[in-house]
Design a protein around this ligand. Structure first.
Ligand SMILES: Nc1ncnc2c1ncn2[C@@H]1O[C@H](COP(=O)(O)O)[C@@H](OP(=O)(O)O)[C@H]1O
Ligand SMILES: [Mg+2]
Length: 383
């Protein structure tokens, strides 16, 4: 089952969230207590502002992309413009709002291609979009960025991250394939402190505010999820409603659980997830969505499980999971690799993993890990 803008009449398991699980291992409790005594309020305000403004930019580009003819839909430049523009806006807003702090950003894009001959028109389109977006924020009275200013803002994202100090982690458009199709995508921004994700924000412009599965073709879309370590996960509309606390599905019964996976078959093994779901007795069909919007939907209990099994050799990047993972864990869920190991964001740009990434509530995790192990063994034996 696939969720896009045009097909929201789907049925997924949705449970009114009631639980707020906390990690139970003592090491996590200790780490949590030392980190949660720190306040990241200023950073949270800046991150929400940055992601919301970047979402505005992306929405504008997606709208014109969808209105354009087939020929220009095949042209990759709208994605390029939105990717770079989103990264420049986030970088600008964070530096502007947090100017007193040292700034390090690990982000997906760099300006190399934009500095090549022939890229001037694209760069000019980005510059105009970025300046229009920044000017739409009434609290900023800054002079417009020059082309060099835009390139510099993009290149602020060249940090390598790591276990020491603070690093912002950004995917300016996660789910670019969904973005081009007119479907789900996310602006995903997280903050690492000493290698640990302490804050995450996910802007999902096309995700319905109503839970997936609630029939509402005219429902409002545009969700902003935010989480700070030890403080829970909240969701508000991108238009600025009051944040509401969200929690993962409390279901203990895997037969009732529905699961999320990538829309793109190349990003995850659907065979493996189907075998796992069968072992768990899951009745609902998979819910396929692009991007970390999956983590957002999981955090509010729209479904109970997230399964991601890339091909052997694929290396996951931290910006594809940092924001989403804290949004889910602060909503009471667990995010781990396929063997149950926590994700380690302290090793630079990449995650070292066993087989894939999974998420669900604490009660479902033991059965899920068992089903995964059995399915992996069966698959290996059949080769
Ligand atoms: N072969 C592959 N296997 C797994 N993930 C892949 C992949 N190729 C690309 N991706 C990642 O999957 C992300 C999209 O995730 P999802 O499958 O959940 O929609 C992409 O993010 P970008 O769109 O930012 O490049 C990209 O980083
Ligand atoms: Mg991505």
């Amino acid at each position: 089952m696939y969720i896009g803008l045009s097909s929201l009449r789907i049925r997924t398991h949705f449970v009114i969230p009631t639980l707020n699980h906390k990690p139970k291992s003592s090491i996590f409790s200790l780490l949590n207590s030392s980190f949660s005594s720190m306040s990241y309020q200023k950073e949270l305000v800046a991150a929400k502002k940055a992601a919301s403004l970047a979402a505005k930019l992306c929405q504008k580009v997606q709208k014109s992309l969808l209105q354009s003819d087939v020929q220009s839909k095949l042209d990759k430049s709208p994605v390029t413009v939105a990717d770079y523009g989103s990264q420049a806006v986030v970088s600008f807003v964070l530096e502007h709002e947090l100017s007193a702090e040292p700034f390090s950003l690990v982000a997906e894009e760099d300006s190399g291609d934009l500095r090549e001959d022939g890229a001037q028109d694209t760069l000019e389109r980005i510059r105009v979009l970025v300046n229009d977006t920044i000017a739409s924020e009434s609290t900023y009275s800054v002079s417009p960025l020059s082309a060099d200013g835009v390139l510099a803002a993009i290149d602020s994202g060249r940090s390598e991250g790591g276990a020491v100090g603070r690093h912002w982690v950004l995917d300016p458009i996660d789910g670019t394939k969904g973005f081009v199709r007119g479907d789900q995508y996310a602006i995903a921004l997280a903050l690492l402190d000493q290698g640990r994700v302490v804050l995450g924000v996910l802007a999902c412009p096309n995700l319905p505010l109503a839970p997936l599965g609630v029939q509402s073709s005219a429902g409002q879309t545009g969700c902003l999820f935010s989480a700070v370590l030890g403080e829970g996960t909240y969701m508000e509309s991108l238009d600025g409603s009051s944040p509401v606390k969200v929690n993962v599905s409390p279901t203990e019964n895997s037969e009732e659980a529905s699961f999320f996976e990538s829309y793109e078959a190349a990003h995850s093994s659907f065979d493996l997830s189907s075998s796992i779901a069968k072992k768990l007795g899951v009745k609902a069909p998979p819910v396929r969505i692009d991007s970390q919007a999956k983590y957002g939907a999981l955090s509010r209990g729209d479904g109970a499980i997230y399964l991601r099994f890339p091909k052997a050799g694929y290396r996951e990047k931290i910006w594809d999971h940092a924001a989403g993972s804290i949004v889910v864990t602060e909503a009471g869920g667990i995010v781990s690799d396929a063997a149950g190991n926590p994700l380690d964001f302290s090793k630079g740009k990449y995650l070292d993993l066993y087989k894939g990434i999974i998420a669900c509530n604490q009660k479902l995790m033991p059965a899920l890990l068992k089903a995964i192990q059995q399915s992996i063994e069966e698959k290996a034996a059949s080769l």
